[in-house]
Design a protein around this ligand. Structure first.
Ligand code: CO
Length: 465
């Protein structure tokens, strides 16, 4: 049977979008057996903000989570999200760190690595694609979707062709803001399918309320895989909901090979989990309602909630609307970067600073300066002369591949944390989030904690949810 393939995101993007990435491994494992049988093409379970959140907020080792999930999912492919040369952090890492991180991700259980760059600068994803293939993984290259005068269908088709030439095993249209319109998607998918041979996936967010229709048009135009999230943690700033999306395809050639009865049992599990998160105050109404302003401001779900908390900390939540107006202006100043990590944080923080300091570019974060200096790569539109001068004065702009400036660092990292190392992966944890990692290593030394994998071995146990 053919039909559309489903990548379920409830263990990564859904909770990253709706509950600030706070889902614990112990909330995932009890439902794993059923999810493994239901017929998903893949499960997105790792990467993105989950790595940082595990260490920072949940006192969990992200590598141990991955191993536990791998053990639990015997049939379903596991997928992670990787920001190219940034890995899961917020800066560029040298090639030796990138290669080792990818090697270990695959060794610990990842099948598919979705690789993107915030600027769609392919020099920033080339090493990751190469390493993924070298260690036997599926390298999916993702297009960061945005709109501007240069971000048209031709631009995306050329980008996808280049990605395929670089060795991408599949291509994903990554619409992190939920701004890809249905009829644009139809045209985009049709043109991409004409020009590339590898499978095409679509990833959108429900933020502005249009993603269901966008998926339908993309499916009709020939997209191979769609990303959805189980309904209790779907919609809002998360993905379109899995169950209604599948139901909508009944009676068509696109209907996927999914066990609907089992799927609805899984829904019940996540319903209970959602109620628990609601009681804990993790679900904020701001991320649940359809926000049509997204269509105007192009602000992705995660960024909206970040702006709210940044303003809350400054006691300036009343400036929310003003900041939303400032975001597209800053984006234009910076050469129309897609609003995805780390560009969403840079543009968001700069917009907040521009508004609350009462003067544009009076305060400029180091990251924004480095970006303008070319250290993050090449924006699709060159930054205007006067903006560049305002931000970095007469400093030189680097035009090469940013990672070429970096010396190998793995051995240095290894030496710095000798006394804490319990597994090879710890070096990578430390490379990505040094301070948080050290705190976590200390916690791990003082109080041995282990994910209770035995939960999975006892089928008759009743799980508290
Ligand atoms: Co997403």
């Amino acid at each position: 049977m053919t039909g559309i393939k489903i990548t379920e995101t409830v263990f990564r993007d859904a909770h990253q979008s709706l509950i600030a990435t706070r889902m614990k491994t112990e909330d995932m494992l009890p439902i794993a057996q059923k999810m493994d049988k239901v017929g998903f093409y893949a499960l997105e379970v790792w990467g993105g903000a989950t790595f940082d959140a595990c260490l920072r907020f949940l006192n969990e080792d992200p590598w141990e989570r991955l191993r536990a999930l791998r053990k639990a999912f015997k049939n379903t492919k596991l997928q992670m999200l990787l920001r190219g040369q940034n890995l899961l952090g917020y800066k560029n890492y040298p090639d030796d760190v990138v290669e080792e991180f990818i090697k270990k991700s695959i060794e610990n259980g990842i099948d598919i690595i979705r690789i993107f760059d915030a600027l769609n600068d392919t020099r920033n994803i080339s090493k990751s694609i190469e390493a993924t293939k070298k260690y036997g993984g599926h390298a999916q290259a993702a297009i960061s979707y945005t709109t501007s005068s240069v971000h048209n269908i031709e631009y995306y088709v050329n980008l996808a062709i280049e990605m395929e030439k670089m060795g991408a095993d599949s291509i994903c249209i990554k619409d992190m803001s939920g701004i890809l319109l249905p009829y644009v998607a139809e045209k985009l998918v049709r043109e991409l399918k004409k020009n590339i041979r590898v499978p095409l996936e679509i990833h959108s967010h429900f933020t502005s309320g249009i993603a269901n229709q966008t998926y339908m048009k993309a499916i009709e135009a020939g997209v191979d895989i769609i990303d959805t999230a189980m309904s209790p943690l779907g919609m809002g700033t998360s993905q379109p909901a899995t169950e209604p999306m599948i139901a909508s395809l009944e009676g068509s050639e696109f209907y996927p090979d999914i066990d609907m009865n089992l799927l609805l049992e899984i829904t019940d599990y996540f319903k209970n989990l959602r109620e628990k998160y609601e009681k804990e105050g993790l679900l904020n109404n701001k991320v649940l309602t359809v926000d049509v302003r997204t269509l105007k401001y192009q602000i992705p779900g995660g960024m909206l909630s970040n702006l709210v908390s940044q303003l809350q900390q400054q006691g300036a939540l009343d400036k929310f609307e003003e900041v939303l107006e400032e975001v597209p202006r800053v984006r234009e100043d910076l050469g129309f970067p897609p609003l995805v990590t780390p560009m969403s944080q840079m543009v968001g923080t700069q917009a907040v600073l521009n508004v609350i300091s009462g003067e544009r570019y009076k305060m400029i974060p180091k990251e924004v300066k480095n970006y303008v200096k070319g250290l993050y790569g090449r924006p699709a539109v060159p930054i205007k002369e006067d903006i560049r001068k305002t931000i970095i004065g007469d400093e030189e702009v680097f035009t090469g591949r940013p990672a070429d400036l970096l010396e190998p660092q793995l051995e240095k990292y290894r030496n710095e944390i000798k006394e804490y190392i319990e597994q090879d992966e710890d070096v990578l944890t430390y490379a990505l989030f040094p301070q948080v990692a050290i705190e976590f290593f200390k916690f791990r030394q003082s109080k041995k904690y282990r994910i209770d994998n035995q939960l999975l071995d006892n089928e008759n146990m009743v799980y508290p949810v």
